[in-house]
Ligand binder design. Sequence first.
Ligand SMILES: *Cc1c(COP(=O)(O)O)cnc(C)c1O
Length: 381
Amino acid sequence: MGDHTMTSWPQYGTEEADALLEVLNSGKWGSTSGDVVATFEREFAAYQQAGHAVCLANGTLAIAVALKAAGVGIGDEVIVPPYTFIATASAALFVGAVPVFADVDPDTHLLDPVATEAAITERTKAVVVVHLAGRPADMDAFTALGAKHGMTIVEDAAQAHGAAYKGRAVGAIGDLGTFSFQSSKNITAGEGGVVVTDSPELAGAVYSLVNVGRVPGGGWYQHETVGYNLRLTEFQAAILRVQLRRHPQLQEVREGNARLLTDLLEKAHGIQLAPDDPAITAHGRHLFMLRVPGRRDAVLEALRAAGFDRASSGYVPLHRNAAVLRESQAITTRLGQPYPEHPCPNADLVSTDTIWLPQPYLLGTEDETRAIADTIANAVS
Ligand SMILES: *Cc1c(COP(=O)(O)O)cnc(C)c1O
């Protein structure tokens, strides 16, 4: 059995061990011979209220494949937030497109639809909206922008398994959505990813990109397009099927503890929490984020001293990342296009005062959760 203390992640038991042994003894270790990946795809699609799900190696390539399946390619512009994991932007570069940064809302850390619309040019083909920390972004605004400007909306839901916006699970609210099953994520097999969509055409295109250009039901050497091999193994899918079954119960614990932390911290002077929003009908609870202007080092030091050493200062914004800028400008220079740069003062601001509590810290007892809140409240006062 896994150790069930709050700092222990992943959580697992004999069910995962049995599922792994079953794949081992079947001799069908890959999805070209077994059916565990296909079964998990159906289960995960249903969980996220999506018509289709296609598994693949990780959440980074899930975004790149989603963009490519939607026809995004060389020189196209893809609007992304700067306050996110690097994969959100590097995925655009992997398909030859240029990530263009639009600012975030400082209250929520999420991509701002107004800043997004201001960044649209005639080359903009897609927006990657990130449900950061598990908090769904303003999907009404983004789907309206997509329809108005003919852009593909991709949801980066790597941190948002089980999250819902106005009662609809995230992922297939936009054209395509992507999830990660990397070690830190709320459903994990060590590595892994999935693309979901309601469109059978886009699902078929994703399948072909993941399966060397094959088509569903087609021949082994029938390559209708040029695709990668990005397949997940049957071992990973076996673990994911069990982790998916565990997810609702673990989410209930995370949600209860996040509510308790919110109640305890929102009264404290000097702490800023994201506001409640009735449109968020389920929060993915991957990170608990708070802003402590002027007090971040003191709060992090106090958390570490109290043994909560996985608390973190979070992202350095990507519009400041030299590698992303270099790769982007290499593309625009070759094509003779301008490189669109927009100031992102909110991303700059929140990156100076934000603290993250990672999701295992939402799996503790009430006493452990109160200890986190006390440590933070004492350090800001
Ligand atoms: C984890 C993560 C990814 C990438 O997923 P991997 O499976 O690690 O490649 C992409 N976007 C966000 C927001 C993430 O948190």
